[in-house]
Design a protein around this ligand. Structure first.
Ligand code: HEM
Ligand SMILES: [Cu+2]
Length: 524
């Protein structure tokens, strides 16, 4: 190849990065650092909640921890984690040399560290007792965030704008890449499901990130420029905030799960040694879920006093999502049915995903029932629900994807014993952490409180033990990654890596070459 076609040297390689694998790697490391940072904040929450009464922090600081934990996990850990996997895998899966818009890609990534430094500086200042970090919950409801938000709210608004810009640019890149750079013969209905789920996710991102930007812009003008979008005193309406927020917020939760469906749909066929059951129905199910995600936002607002007919509409629409979701779960199980299954680490995480995500789906169905949501709303039951879908769902799938493709990226196999230890510890502790939350929630323990009534004491002690255990378990993953990425440990692997793996990425050498496919492969 040409002389200047290798990576640049030193720091420039990363600052000026345009290569999809370099950028993907940076996204994944960024995501992991945010995961550990958000996790540290969660440990503070669980330490305070280990016993009833106030021990460690005051309620205002507690609120800052729940807020920044949620924001960092959603926007800093889960979303960039999936974007990292998209950057690394989409070009390899469609037979392309790189993403279509590599310089845009550089911007998409480098905006993020700046966006998150604004939040993290606010947290550090709060630790030092200088000022408050955002303290109104990750959903930043007005008028809490407009009238009563601390000074750092303005930095939070700027930060959200930057994250949005980054996401939109990333999404444009994914769409353009998939539409333009597919290898000859790869029709849309031959694309791997991970590519499909990311294509649909990218459209969701472009549709709803501007809505989020609108919400924070209205907040900004309400705070400083005399408007009153969300202020009843000036003719505005705080419920409008919730409508705008959840019109973004509900599709957002699908942004955080559709790529997970794609990852699991890649892993299960490999280790079941059978083609994915019902490929076409998987594509249509993904598209239906994406469509339905736009018409259910008010299921987050059953208790604000919408008209009865409205509540009923959102109840039925929400329950309808269980149908395509059920199709997916059925197809994953049918793929495993009578397959020659083996239980390598990615498969363990993928199977755990299917089971635990299904539990999260069922609690979602329970929440969707309008009259009973009156009881569950804003309790730990909701916390249990979304942590099952987001931690044992989205996070487990990212980890599964990393264990699945890491040998392809590095050319070496990680420490399998440690990886299995990581899996079993994560599995046990994640359930100890989140399962009892269903019960304290049904019994009425409210979310986002720094104290609770005595009857919840025993469960909360176990929940905290689960939390610390889960947190410490992730250090095993940190060690595995340092070992293989920086200490260059591990045995060399073949191109195929996994016996049953299929797809273009496995036809490339391991580690994959700098410009993945320099001549497009032909897909029959
Ligand atoms: C069959 C699928 C699902 C159904 C029926 C469902 C239903 C619901 C309902 C009704 C609520 C509102 C509960 C309340 O505030 O009282 C809720 C909250 C939530 N769901 Fe789901 N859900 C589903 C899947 C998912 C998925 C896939 C994710 C993310 C990957 C997710 C993440 C969340 C989050 C983050 C919240 C809480 C938002 C907040 O108040 O902070 N859900 N879900
Ligand atoms: Cu929702």
């Amino acid at each position: 190849m040409g002389e200047h076609h290798g990576p640049m040297k030193g720091i420039k390689r990363w600052l000026y990065a345009t290569n999809h694998k370099d950028i993907g790697a940076m996204y994944l490391w960024f995501s992991f650092i945010m995961f550990l940072t958000g996790g540290a904040l969660a440990m503070i929450i669980r330490a305070e909640l280990m016993y009833p009464g106030l021990q460690l922090v005051d309620p205002n600081f507690f609120n800052q921890m729940t807020t920044t934990h949620g924001l960092i996990m959603v926007f800093g850990a889960v979303m960039p984690g999936f974007v990292g996997l998209a950057n690394l895998m989409v070009p390899m899966m469609i037979g392309a040399p790189d993403m279509a818009l590599p310089r845009l890609n550089n911007w998409s990534f480098w905006i993020l560290p700046f966006a998150f430094s604004l939040l993290i500086i606010a947290i550090i200042q709060s630790f030092l007792g200088i000022s408050d970090a955002p303290n109104f919950g990750w959903t930043f409801y007005a008028p809490l965030s407009t009238k009563y938000g601390p000074a750092s709210t303005d930095f939070f608004i700027f930060s959200v704008h930057m994250m949005g810009i980054s996401s939109i640019m990333g999404a444009v890149n994914v769409i353009v890449t998939i539409f333009n750079l597919r290898a000859p013969g790869m029709t849309l209905m031959k694309m791997p499901l991970f590519v499909w789920t990311w294509l649909i996710t990218a459209f969701l991102l472009i549709a709803v990130m501007p809505v989020l930007a609108g919400a924070v812009t209205m907040m900004l003008t309400d705070r400083h420029f005399g408007t009153s979008f969300f202020d009843a005193a000036g003719g505005g309406d705080p419920v409008l905030f919730q409508h705008v927020f959840w019109f973004f917020g509900h599709p957002e939760v699908y942004i955080m799960i559709l790529p997970a469906f794609g990852i699991v749909s890649a892993i299960i066929p490999t280790f079941a040694r059978k083609p994915l059951f019902g490929y076409a129905s998987m594509v249509y199910a993904t598209a239906s879920i994406a469509f339905l995600s736009f018409v259910v936002w008010a299921h987050h607002m059953f208790t604000v006093g919408l008209p009865l007919a409205g509540n009923l509409f959102y109840m039925y629409m929400t329950m309808l999502i269980a149908v395509p979701t059920g199709v997916k779960v059925f197809n994953w199980v049918a793929t495993m049915w009578k397959g020659s299954m083996t239980f390598e680490v990615p498969m363990l995480f993928a199977i755990a995903f299917v089971i635990l995500f299904t539990i999260g789906g069922f609690s979602g169905l329970m929440l969707a029932i309008t009259p009973v949501d009156q009881q569950y709303h804003d309790t730990y039951f909701v916390v249990a629900h979304f942590h099952y879908v987001l931690v044992s769902g989205a996070v487990f799938s990212i980890i599964a994807g990393v264990y699945y493709w890491l040998p392809k990226w590095t050319g070496r196999m990680y420490n399998i014993g440690l990886a299995k230890l990581h899996f079993w510890c994560s599995l046990i502790f994640v359930n100890l952490l989140f399962f009892p939350m269903h019960f304290v929630g049904l019994a009425g323990m409210p979310r986002r409180y720094s104290d609770y009534s005595l009857q919840f004491a025993d469960f909360n002690w176990w929940i905290s033990i689960g939390g610390f255990g889960f947190g410490v378990s992730q250090l095993i993953l940190l060690w595995i990654l340092i070992d293989i990425c920086f200490r260059k440990k591990g045995e060399a692997v073949s191109d195929q890596v996994w016996e049953g793996a299929e797809g273009l990425e496995w036809t490339l050498p391991s580690p994959a070459p700098y410009h993945s496919f320099t001549t497009p492969p032909v897909v029959k």
